[in-house]
Design a protein around this ligand. Structure first.
Ligand code: 1YM
Length: 651
């Protein structure tokens, strides 16, 4: 970018010291769990991406080293090395020791002050045992090392330079290399997860057209390269792999305003659900927000106009609704803007009102232009055809939905007859167990604490929502029972404020059938009640696999890995019982092992990466049998946590 002035150390705006980070790591990286630990890496990667998206360099290398550290390298200009005029330190040292230091906050320099949460490299340094930075710039190689240690005063000193930045040699390279080791005293687990890193790196490569990300895992000798010349268009293609597309290439546009950038790609498949993935400054906005609202309203208008002007909608016929146009669509929407405001339960919802109006006007302009092009007319016709089908079943679906929400006892009697409700009306205390099989359901009804636990037995396998249209989904009695019991509606009408149970716990056997039932239920929640998952209401209950006992001493064991230790504890002369299913336990045992909140094992279902979750649901629950076999061969893990759960984390 030729119109940008060159950066000098004096331009760095200093706001705060480093001390705060170790005291309140959560404020800067969210958690000190494995997600927060990975955040240290993404902070560094973000700086490299900022540099590349401003036109300097094109490649980022991420290496997981054998000593447990990670290295990130780019081929940009290199972080400034000149001395800051008042701080008397090099630019590199300021960037790595001062919170919120950086060109990022000087919006003259970068078009977007993006950066994941914008906290920067100093946070990584503060939470690392050590951190080494090498800069290649103007023919020279520079180096500075930082470390964190316990001082003689008994206080922790973090991110302290060992000596000032020094010139260490000559080079033909240009760029920045950062090598750091997360501090094991700050994080429970400092092991980087190659798969997690691959997933996010792939997403970043999709979102930043042309960017090349190379990943090297030197511990397990693996490597991956992500590079997409098609950007989010390739992303949309990737998301629908294995599904039947209704036309061959995604519709794509890119529009810019001063300090605002919009990119959209969408494609339709023969499925019945909507899959929207939106991003702001490369950050996934899982809860949507103003940019999505703006797009939806513009899209509905443009497509209705298209239908009218091409005589696909007669004068006396009513306009389509937005939801009609969204059946079977996969959209990737990515914006870049300044002064982002995040809202919502998980701070993943865009709040800026200007994003709605800008996305709306740019989308109307660009899509109207595209659908006026001859080559896109046939695509438009296909979309209108799909919307017609959706509009037709809309009425039928509406009736079915109303039924699930009917408060009228007589009407609902058949549905909730099987449900043993909880007596407490305080929904925040109440839990709903969805139990595989009538017989285990019966046992659970006897074993539960009826004040706050409700039991819903499921007879047979519920319907796989992945393959059905909404009216068919709602025709399924098991599904209707679940919707009625939860009392929060579904789909676009979902309203969690009337949710009857704070925890929804899936309880199935630890065998193939049980895993399948669990996968089917999760698919239903994922497709039609996603906010239930996003807001942390969905859990998987884990029944024990073994009982190890002697006289009146009993231990329950929940995984094969824990079995030897349990046998040791019980000692010689122990007895061993293997549970094949929930049905083998009596009411008291079921309470003790699986229902009692003080003893049971639950996995909370979370979606770490929405796009990856979508991919997994499609692959595992869809029609493409070869894709499913491939996936299972690649990822199968016949441990207690089946494949489907790989993307979900334990609480
Ligand atoms: C592997 C990590 O940090 N690359 C990187 C960072 C910066 C620059 C170039 C850079 C930015 C600017 C001018 C500018 C940063 N500089 C700063 C600060 N890779 C990595 N590459 N020249 C170089 O912002 O205009 C913060 S990050 F603050 F010094 F400008």
């Amino acid at each position: 970018m030729s119109n940008q002035k060159d950066y000098n150390a004096k331009d760095i705006v200093v706001l705060e010291g480093l001390d705060a980070v170790r005291l309140r790591p959560g404020m800067y990286i969210g958690t000190t769990g494995t997600k927060g630990m990975h955040h240290l890496l993404w902070e560094i990667v973000d700086n490299a991406i900022d540099e590349i998206s401003n036109g300097y360099g094109d490649t980022i290398k991420i290496t997981l080293n054998t000593d447990g550290s990670a290295t990130v390298e780019d081929n940009g200009r290199g972080i400034p090395v000149d001395k800051h005029p008042t701080l008397h330190k090099s630019g590199v040292e300021v960037v790595y020791t001062t919170l919120h230091a950086g060109g990022k906050f000087n919006t003259d320099n970068y078009k977007f002050s993006g950066g994941l949460h914008g906290v920067g490299a100093s946070v990584t340094n503060a939470l690392s045992k050590w951190c080494n930075v090498t800069v290649y710039k103007d023919g020279k190689e520079y180096f500075i090392g930082f470390h964190s240690f316990m001082g003689e005063d008994g206080k922790m000193h973090s991110g302290i330079p060992i000596e000032p930045l020094k010139e260490v040699g000559k080079t033909k390279l240009s760029g920045t290399k950062v090598n750091f080791l997360p501090d094991s005293e700050m994080f429970g687990n400092i092991k980087f997860n190659f798969e997690t890193i691959c997933t996010r790196a792939r997403e970043l490569a999709f979102l930043n057209k042309g960017l090349r990300i190379e990943l090297y895992d030197l511990i397990n000798q693996r490597e991956e390269v992500y590079h997409y010349e098609g950007g989010i268009s390739d992303f949309a293609e990737y998301l629908v792999e294995g599904k039947t597309k209704l036309y061959s290439k995604p519709i794509y546009f890119h529009a810019e305003e001063e300090k605002f950038d919009l990119e959209v790609a969408f494609i339709y498949t023969d499925s019945y659900t909507e899959n929207s993935f939106s991003f702001v400054n490369n950050i996934p906005t899982v809860e949507g927000g103003t940019h999505e609202t703006g797009f939806k309203s513009a899209y509905t208008k443009v497509m209705n106009d298209f239908a009218r002007s091409n005589n696909l909608l007669k004068e006396k016929e009513q306009n389509f609704l937005g939801e009609d146009f969204r059946e079977g669509i996969t959209v990737v929407l990515s914006i870049k803007m300044n002064n982002v405001q995040f809202e919502g339960q998980t701070k993943t919802k865009l709040g800026n009102p200007e994003a709605k109006t800008l996305v709306e006007s740019l989308t109307i302009k660009e899509l109207t232009r595209l659908f006026n092009e001859k080559k896109n007319i046939s695509v438009g016709e296909i979309i209108i055809g799909k919307a017609k089908g959706a509009a037709k079943v809309r009425e039928a679906a509406k009736k079915a939905k109303e039924m699930t929400r009917a408060k009228n006892a007589a009407e609902n009697f058949n549905l909730v007859g099987k449900l043993a409700a909880a007596s407490s009306k305080k929904s925040e205390q109440c839990e709903l167990f969805i139990v595989e099989g009538d017989s285990a359901g019966g046992t659970a009804k006897q074993g539960r604490d009826r004040r706050f636990q409700a039991i819903l037995p499921l007879r047979g396998k519920p319907l796989n929502a992945e393959k059905k249209r909404i009216d068919q989904v709602l025709a399924n009695e098991e599904i209707r029972t679940i919707i009625s019991a939860l009392n929060a509606g579904m789909g676009d009408d979902m309203d969690l404020s009337s949710l009857r149970y704070n925890k929804v716990i899936i309880l199935s056997d630890a065998d193939q059938d049980g895993f399948h039932i669990r996968a089917i239920l999760l698919t239903f929640f994922y497709r039609y009640m996603r906010s239930l998952i996003n807001e942390g209401h969905v859990y998987i209950g884990l029944p024990p696999l073994y009982k190890v006992y002697k006289k009146d001493y009993v231990e329950y064991v929940y995984s094969d890995a824990e079995l030897p230790a349990a046998i040791d504890r019980v000692g010689r002369g122990y007895g061993l019982q293997r549970y094949k299913g929930l049905g083998e336990m009596n009411a008291e045992q079921l309470w003790e092992t699986t229902l009692d909140p003080n003893k049971r094992n639950l996995i909370q279902v979370t979606i770490d990466d929405a796009a990856e979750a979508e991919k997994i649901v499609t692959t595992l629950m869809g029609d493409d049998i070869d894709a499913r076999k491939n996936y299972i061969n690649l990822h199968a893990n016949f441990d207690r946590e089946d494949d489907f759960l790989k993307n979900y984390k334990k609480i």
